[in-house]
Ligand binder design. Structure first.
Ligand code: AMP
Length: 334
């Protein structure tokens, strides 16, 4: 059966960007329509990736469990998916080291994500940060996963994974697939500030999956607006213009036809942003409410969460060890 891998770093509570860009794709592949292609799905919390930028030890310890709870609350199901913590499968780290022998430093230094992080944390341009995409390639390829539900920002990392897979196959005769991204409708969720994408590290940019209606309303109220009337900007309007950002949220939560309707109003009689924001906030909350209810149940059942984490690690390790054994043999290490 074809395999899928995805993961989210343990840097905080999940936000709408993680949910729409990654978790929704994970769910789609976990629960294919009847008669559709079925997949073996591996979903992890990428706690080891978290240490590639400055972090707080207690926060990490807490967040890695919180991400698992968010996954379960969103509908990931341990009966259908292998749900685990990356650090519990140390095989990923061994394979990443082998992979680092088939990719150059120059290639890694040129990645836009690396450059961005170095600008954000100039005193922490560590080897771990440089190796981030190599570890990500290992996360994917250790399960020979061909499909990776992640946001569009991860595309350069997937390209690295494909180069590594190719180099390993041609040098050592392995049979790694060239993994491709599984895109969702929300592959790029803009920031609430109107600049760049929604991100945990940018204050004021995100709505958490655990936010209540009042919090959502006050965050949505801050979405930048304009006069409500004018010509629609060309190109990718969600990246930069006020109306574009607002409409991309409308499309994601109220649907395409509603977005078209508002677009017409913008170029015609004008939009009343107050009403729009009210409608939008309600619909975001409606989507999150069932997750929040499920989360409460899970918070009251820590034994169940412990069991999911333990069993997930066991299953993932078995699959990972198989690949690692093969790689060690092919590379002359056993
Ligand atoms: P990270 O929090 O960087 O570990 O990202 C976890 C997952 O969420 C990755 O698949 C990202 O591509 C996805 N993601 C994060 N932010 C966004 C966003 N604003 N829009 C769409 N996907 C996102």
């Amino acid at each position: 059966m074809k395999r899928v891998l995805s993961g989210i770093r343990a840097t905080g509570r999940l936000h709408l960007g993680n949910y729409l860009g990654a978790v929704k794709g994970m769910l789609e592949l976990q629960d294919p329509p009847a008669g559709g292609q079925e997949y073996e799905t591996f979903y992890m919390v990428a706690d080891v990736h978290t240490i590639t930028t400055p972090y707080n030890i207690e926060e990490l310890r807490k967040n890695r469990r919180e991400v698992i709870i968010d996954y379960l609350a969103a509908g990931l199901d341990p009966k259908k998916s292998i749900i685990f913590q990356q650090s519990e499968v140390p095989e990923h780290l061994e394979l990443a080291f082998y992979f680092s022998s088939v990719i150059t430093i120059a290639r890694m230094q040129h990645l836009p994500t690396f450059k961005e992080k170095v600008t954000q944390h100039p005193d922490n341009a560590t080897m771990a940060l440089l190796n981030y995409p190599v570890l990500m390639a290992s996360d994917i390829l250790i399960y020979k996963a061909g499909l990776v539900p992640v946001g569009i920002d991860q595309e350069p990392h997937l390209e690295v994974a494909r180069v590594i897979a190719n180099n390993m196959n041609s040098k050592f005769g392995t049979d790694f697939p060239e993994p491709i991204r599984f895109a969702t409708k929300g592959e790029y969720v803009p920031s609430l500030t109107g600049e760049g994408k929604m991100s945990k590290t940018v204050e004021g940019s995100y709505i958490n999956l655990t936010d209540d209606l009042e919090t959502i309303k006050s965050k949505v109220a801050k979405l930048p607006t304009d006069s409500g009337k004018g010509v629609m900007p060309e190109g990718k309007p969600e990246r930069g213009s006020a109306i574009g950002t607002v409409l991309s949220f409308v499309e994601l939560f109220l649907g395409k036809s509603k977005a078209e309707q508002y677009k017409k109003m913008y170029t015609g009689e004008g939009i009343r942003y107050g009403d729009l924001k009210q409608e939008l906030s309600n619909s975001i909350y409606e989507e999150l409410k069932p997750l929040q209810e499920k989360r409460k149940e899970l918070e009251n059942n820590p034994e169940y969460v412990d069991k999911v984490i333990k069993e997930g690690a066991e299953k993932a390790r078995m699959a990972a060890q198989e690949t690692l054994k093969e790689v060690r043999e092919k590379m002359g290490l056993s």
